[in-house]
Design a binder for this molecule. Structure first.
Ligand code: FE
Length: 171
């Protein structure tokens, strides 16, 4: 009898754990301790990298604030096709809608269109290449690059680092 009760308790405990995870599988835990993170505030942020380094997790800091690139085929949103919205993982600004995401073989999550109020562009001549860098309009964090070999209707391919994105599934 004791064993049955123990088994029942364990099953219930495991079930409740998996339900908790299911409700928020992609929630950015870092945003909870980030005082600048907001899905509604559109005011531009001017925060030093010294400050961001104390707030952001290391992997996000180095990509978003020092323009590092995550290794291809490793990001959580590369092979991912759920329906919802993508926000900046640094500041919460809206960046992409899942309907503009497409299956690209490049190894990074790719979109053919960005939120016009979400991103800005900057010429990037680093590493012996001429590229267009994509940054968050609110916090000016590096998100990735945009190329002109994308699909219709825009022909653009926003090649993004997963770590810089924060996804929220449609309710
Ligand atoms: Fe941002």
């Amino acid at each position: 009898m004791k064993n049955i009760l123990l088994l029942l308790f364990c099953t219930m405990f495991l079930q409740s754990c998996s339900q908790t995870q299911k409700s928020n599988p992609m929630e950015n835990q870092a945003s909870k301790s980030n005082p600048y993170y907001s899905r509604t505030n559109k005011n531009k942020l001017e925060v030093s990298n010294e400050k961001w380094k104390k707030i952001l997790p290391n992997d996000l800091y180095f990509v978003a604030r020092e323009a590092d690139t995550e290794r291809p085929f490793t990001g959580k949103y590369n092979d991912f096709d759920e329906i919802g919205e993508y926000y900046c993982a640094v500041c919460g600004n809206h960046l992409f809608r899942s309907s503009s995401k497409f299956a690209s073989s490049c190894g990074w999550p790719s979109f053919y269109e960005a939120d016009k109020n979400g991103v800005i562009y900057r010429r990037d001549s680093s590493h012996g290449m001429e590229r267009t860098e994509v940054l968050c309009k609110r916090c000016e964090s590096h998100l990735g690059h945009v190329f002109t070999d994308g699909p219709a209707p825009t022909g653009n391919r926003f090649c993004m680092n997963s770590v810089c994105l924060d996804f929220e599934r449609d309710k």
